[in-house]
Design a protein around this ligand. Structure first.
Ligand SMILES: Cc1cc2nc3c(=O)[nH]c(=O)nc-3n(C[C@H](O)[C@H](O)[C@H](O)COP(=O)(O)O)c2cc1C
Length: 208
């Protein structure tokens, strides 16, 4: 079946996209407003895009024609922290997606802990296996009140239990990160792994 996106309603385009770009990592994002009130919300339009400079991207959709608190805070302060989500904090992350009024601290509601960041004002989530402190690198307005945000990672935190500080080896499989799947409330674990090794052109040519 083929779909001409010009002929589809926005809701249907969204449905097809998020049911096929899978699994999507979750960028659990902490920001502060001008008064320092902490905000936390998950975004699965999220990924790492470049290494030099090290850039992360977030796709912040509008909510009923209004910019989300995360988008407003990033625009106003130029800073945010993206925290990763493990199975153990998946339920708490989901609580932070509730449409709380801006003055409510989602981390408190979800029973999560704000820990100070090194180089930016928004805190990181202490229970996350890893966190990326970002400064706004560029933002692009999309649709009505939507925002694509590119952040340069200026510092990173990885929980001690997952990292060998000397070799910078990260025990990724032990972090038990989750990804977002299709449909409502469906997630994937990252525990079903397999390996495919990269083949050089010389090795490819030497193959019988
Ligand atoms: C797993 C998950 C992924 C989400 N991904 C996105 C996303 O990529 N973009 C988006 O705009 N909203 C996304 N949402 C919805 C936001 O988290 C939700 O609208 C939140 O209340 C926004 O908070 P804020 O207004 O404090 O920024 C997602 C929700 C969940 C549970």
């Amino acid at each position: 079946m083929q779909f001409d996106f010009d002929k589809l309603a926005s809701r249907d385009r969204y449905k097809l996209l998020v049911s096929t770009v899978l699994p999507r990592p979750i960028g659990f994002t902490t920001t502060v407003d001008r008064d320092g009130v902490v905000n936390a919300a998950p975004f699965s339009f999220f990924n790492a895009l470049a290494e030099e400079p090290p850039l992360l991207v977030l796709g912040l959709q509008a909510a009923s024609g209004k910019a989300k608190d995360t988008a407003r805070n990033i625009t106003e302060t130029g800073e945010f922290v993206v925290n990763t989500v493990s199975e153990s904090i998946a339920e708490a992350m989901n609580i932070c997606a509730i449409d709380f009024p801006p003055e409510i601290d989602e981390l408190q509601q979800a029973g999560l802990t704000a820990a100070p960041s090194l180089k930016v004002r928004p805190p990181r989530v202490a229970e996350s296996p890893s966190s990326f402190e970002c400064k706004l690198w560029k933002s692009i307005e999309v649709g009505s009140a939507g925002l694509i945000v590119l952040g340069e990672v200026v510092a990173m935190h990885i929980a001690d239990e997952f990292v060998d500080a000397e070799k910078l080896h990260v025990a990724a499989e032990r972090m038990r990160l989750v990804g977002r799947m299709h449909g409502r409330g469906v997630y994937a674990r990252t525990s079903d792994l397999f390996e495919i090794h990269r083949v050089t052109y010389d090795a490819w040519k030497a193959k019988p």
